[in-house]
Design a protein around this ligand. Structure first.
Ligand SMILES: [Fe+2]
Length: 234
């Protein structure tokens, strides 16, 4: 899902074997984190999420996390060859000097890559199959799940996220994380849904009206992707 490259593979390996020939592109190739392309245009989620917000969110905010994550790799090269979910699940693996940067920026990269894929201009409007049955069992109905997610998202003071996860015990649960903390840190086995409630995700269109943004956001959810997420252990 996430776009990354490993050191000493592909173009980077060629560059390493020819040190005198190292060029700007080779240095670029050695960086593991890249901004993923969206599978839909920035205006595709209108009127729920406006094109300008999507553009700035993707090209400025997410790009900034990617850039800073790559800067963290320069300070902790081992990060380049580690599975991103393993790092975020146990941040104690990161050296003290880079732990905060990894939490914020690798976390920000993971969260946003997840978020883009979870939205779509088309697709199923409600969950089906196993995910639907699990939601009904855990929350009573899809509407009740939405209420729980909205409560978690509105209740998040400042910036952060609300998530639907499969927890350590294998149960569906709604949780919230601050800043760019990920649900992986909370022991999530799978991450099914996630909504960004940083103001940068909605302020241009909704200003301070986070509940209005959330109500609109549900119209963009890619339930087909959510079902895939439900069946995928991280
Ligand atoms: Fe964001």
């Amino acid at each position: 899902m996430l776009h990354r490259r490993h050191f000493l593979t592909g173009a980077a390996a060629v560059a390493a074997s020819l040190p005198l020939a190292r060029t700007a592109w080779a240095q670029e190739a050695a960086k593991p984190f890249t901004l993923p392309k969206l599978s839909y245009p920035y205006e595709a989620l209108e009127p729920h999420i406006d094109a300008q917000t999507m553009n700035i969110h993707h090209t400025r905010h997410h790009q900034a996390y990617v850039n800073a994550a790559n800067a963290a790799v320069e300070r902790w090269p081992a990060l380049a060859s580690m599975k991103i979910e393993d790092v975020l699940r146990d941040l104690s693996k990161a050296p003290d000097a880079v732990r905060t940067s990894v939490r914020n920026n690798v976390g920000g990269h993971w969260n946003h890559a997840f978020f883009w894929e979870l939205m779509t201009p088309g697709g199923a409007k409600d969950p089906g199959g196993d995910l639907r049955a699990a939601i009904d069992q855990a929350f009573g109905s899809v509407d009740k799940l939405k209420e729980r997610m909205n409560q978690a998202a509105v209740g998040r003071f400042g910036s952060g996220w609300a998530w639907l996860i499969v927890d350590k015990a294998g149960k569906l649960d709604v949780v919230s994380t601050a800043n760019q903390d990920t649900p992986l840190e909370l022991g999530a086995r799978s991450v099914v849904l996630g909504v960004d409630v940083w103001e940068h995700a909605y302020y241009l269109k909704y200003q301070n009206r986070r509940p209005d943004y959330l109500a609109a956001w549900w119209n963009t959810v890619n339930w087909t992707k959510a079902s895939e997420n439900f069946g995928r252990n991280l």
